[in-house]
Ligand binder design. Structure first.
Ligand code: C5P
Length: 421
């Protein structure tokens, strides 16, 4: 057991309290967070007020407790959920009822708590509390799984006596355990202040950003291609995040089913050769380059102009190497240009990524392992290790790709500012 409380000074915690009998324990949690010197903003659902008073939580947190998105008695500021979402270093929902968990899993925003959760750009911790059979129910478990998929951290409910008299799993984890989880999550993320100093709205104003995304398709004949399962998500969210920060963004994308970001110039390509041409044509003006595309390394050497007929023999393909787009950029890199590559590795990950960083003359490489659950192709989350040239490796926790994009931009922008370019 840790004797001294963690230090959360300067950290902003939004605590969402929902309508469960365990809401009375939220008072102890607020107290523990305040003792650790965190700044705490409490949000309550209307039902939570049946279990614990906003006066109690407001007094302990030393601030107003918010419940409604549209307050009728205040200054008419209905955008508070957005500012709070940006202010928060961590969003904790404790206790989280089955109802609120369902709403969070499906993107409902009918209260200050749920609307702020949708706006939050920080990690979210959910601490379920409900009766045994509600917790066990397939619907609740599916909703909790959905929350994990979108990158939320879910603490399992504790086993013990429940308010109904039943015994089983469903108790809210103890406030001390929640406080400790908060401290370790907060440790792993930059504060909102750090995020906005390097990643503010206009931190990329006037910067030319080039992003590649998606798979390439290499035709075998007019109706068949060699390709891979890349969805393009990582590159698209990076392009969107860079544009939000004021960058002038060009997205060169292979075929995907994603909607193109509205604030970027989008260049659609099919093959590695076409992607190479599009990138080389924009090489001169690009200041930040993110190569998130899963470019095919080989393409059929002699694609047929008509559909290949099948016969009774095996088909042997002759494949030729495609251009290594990023390597060519690295060979011609200007000193003020920042090159960021992605490495999808299944073995000797760190070693291979570090080698690519050197060989391709990159400034950063984001490593992920497609065989690890919640990473790589497909899932909306990713677990990335960031390697900087000449620097150490930073392992980011598993989080939504949108947050990986923000973290990547934060690091790259901060390093660029520090180098004065
Ligand atoms: O395929 P590889 O692991 O070498 O990919 C590492 C980085 O190089 C990625 O950022 C990828 O977009 C880029 N790449 C490229 N052209 C290729 C192959 C990979 O730009 N032909």
């Amino acid at each position: 057991m840790s004797s001294s409380p963690p230090d959360l000074s300067g950290r902003h915690v939004v605590l969402g309290v929902t309508g469960s009998i365990a809401a009375y324990k939220a008072a102890s949690l607020v107290r523990l967070l305040k003792k650790a010197s965190a700044e705490v903003q409490v949000l309550m659902t209307p039902d939570a007020e049946r279990f614990v008073s906003s006066l109690t939580l407001g007094t302990l947190s030393e601030g107003d407790v918010l419940t409604e998105v549209f307050p009728d008695d205040e200054d008419g500021s209905w955008t508070k959920h957005v500012t709070l979402g940006q202010w928060a270093d961590l969003f904790v929902v404790a206790p989280a009822t089955a109802q609120t968990i369902a709403k969070l899993a499906h993107g409902f925003c009918d209260s200050m708590l749920t609307a702020t959760a949708l706006s939050a750009r920080c990690p979210v911790l959910v601490c379920p509390a409900m009766d045994r059979d509600m917790y066990r129910h397939e619907a609740t478990q599916a909703n909790l799984e959905r929350l994990r998929e979108i990158g939320y951290d879910v603490m399992p409910a504790a086993h013990g006596e429940l308010a109904s008299g039943l015994v089983g799993k469903g108790r809210m984890p103890e406030p001390e355990a929640i406080r400790d989880r908060v401290a370790s999550m907060v440790d792993e993320t930059p504060s909102a202040g750090e995020r906005s100093s390097s990643g503010g709205e206009n931190s990329l104003a006037g910067t030319e950003v080039l992003v590649t995304a998606g798979p390439t398709q290499e035709p075998l004949d007019p109706v068949r291609v060699l390709t891979n399962p890349s969805t393009g998500t990582m590159g698209y969210v990076l392009a969107e995040a860079a544009a939000r920060r004021g960058g002038s963004v060009t997205l060169v994308t292979g075929p995907t089913s994603l909607s193109p970001p509205s604030d970027a110039e989008v260049v659609q390509v099919q093959t590695a050769e076409e992607m190479n041409e599009a990138v080389q044509a924009r090489r001169e003006e690009a200041e930040l380059v993110f190569m998130a595309a899963a470019v095919a390394d080989y393409a059929p050497a002699n694609p047929s102009s008509t559909k290949r007929k099948k016969d009774d023999h095996d088909l042997v393909l002759h494949l030729r190497r495609t251009p290594d787009i990023l390597k060519a950029l690295g060979e011609n890199k200007r000193p003020d240009q920042v090159l960021v590559g992605f490495a999808l590795e299944t073995d000797d990950e760190l070693e291979n990524a570090r080698r690519k960083l050197e060989e391709k003359n990159l400034d950063w490489i984001a490593l992920n392992n497609p065989t690890e659950e919640g990473s790589g192709f497909g899932p909306s989350t990713n677990r990335v290790t960031l390697l900087r040239r000449g620097g150490s490796a930073e392992e980011l926790p598993r989080m939504p790709k949108t947050e990986v994009a923000e973290a990547l931009l934060d690091r790259v922008t901060a390093a660029r500012q520090a180098e004065g370019s």
